[in-house]
Design a protein around this ligand. Structure first.
Ligand SMILES: Nc1ncnc2c1ncn2[C@@H]1O[C@H](COP(=O)(O)OP(=O)(O)OP(=O)(O)O)[C@@H](O)[C@H]1O
Ligand SMILES: [Mg+2]
Length: 246
């Protein structure tokens, strides 16, 4: 897979020397990474390493204090989250932030809220229901009464409704049964095959590396290792620290 995109020669998403803080807490300490169009790139790392913070810094929920985030050649570091959804960055955040008092259908419609062409949601709803048939059976059910796994599907489906060119997924397999974990990873592959670039955060490093093209290992706010998914799977440090081998 080429690491470049278009005439500019730059990857679709470029995180360049980013430092992000929560008040005094220095959570990202100079993170640099790229995601080329068409790739699945995974971020792995222990609890607190900065994975969620990295996704939030890309989607505009947080802004870097130093460094830059570029998307399709433009500096987006200072843009608010809603502008970034309009530009094609979809984010399914950690912890399935769906609207519990809205129905499944209403949650999906909310996902398209920032789009200008909200009239014809049919093809996008069809896509989501094809990826997640479970949601089609439950269009009228309140989001808050879905099972954990179903809420996870709804969160991913809602992010897809904004027609993202890059989809940021934060722990999509968290709390799912083994069969559902398998299904969610298959679905992420399908989403990618349909043309959406994916930046995937996972605790489940083995599964993530089995569908990703490349990966980055984060440790206390820094990238400590990067390479093809295959090379990371073979890497001794990764195997010990993140794949549960001893
Ligand atoms: N709202 C916040 N206020 C203060 N510190 C925060 C906040 N959110 C995260 N942090 C800190 O920033 C660091 C990075 O957190 P982050 O959530 O990005 O980690 P993570 O890699 O996603 O971890 P996990 O695997 O547990 O989800 C941690 O030290 C965390 O305590
Ligand atoms: Mg996290």
């Amino acid at each position: 897979m080429s690491a470049t995109n278009g005439a500019s020669g730059e990857a679709m998403l470029v995180i360049d020397g980013v430092h992000t803080y929560y008040g005094q807490i220095h959570a990202l300490r100079g993170i640099s990474l790229t995601v080329a169009q068409g790739e699945i790139v995974t971020l792995i790392g222990a609890n607190g390493a900065g994975k969620t913070t990295t996704l939030k810094t890309v989607s505009g929920m947080l802004h870097p204090r130093a460094g830059r985030v570029r998307f399709e050649g433009d500096d987006i570091s200072k843009l608010p989250a809603h502008k970034l959804v309009e530009r094609g960055i979809g984010h399914a955040p950690e912890g399935r932030r769906i609207f519990p008092r809205l129905t499944v259908l209403e949650n999906l419609q909310m996902g398209a809220f920032s789009r200008r062409d909200v009239k014809d949601l049919g093809p996008d709803l069809d896509r989501v229901f094809t990826l997640f048939p479970r949601l089609l059976e439950r269009t009228a059910q309140l989001g808050g009464t879905l099972s954990g796994g179903e809420q996870q599907m709804l969160a991913i489906g809602r992010a897809l409704m904004s027609q993202p060119r890059v989809l940021l997924l934060d722990e999509p397999s968290l709390g799912l049964s083994p069969i559902l974990v398998q299904q969610v990873f298959e679905t992420i592959k399908d989403i990618n095959r349909q043309g959406t670039t994916v930046l995937l955060v996972e605790q489940n490093a083995l599964q993530a590396l089995s569908i990703a093209h490349r990966g980055y290992v984060l440790q206390t706010g820094e990238v400590v290792l990067t390479g093809s998914a295959e090379s990371l799977r073979q890497n001794e440090t990764v195997r010990k620290a993140y794949l549960g081998e001893d």
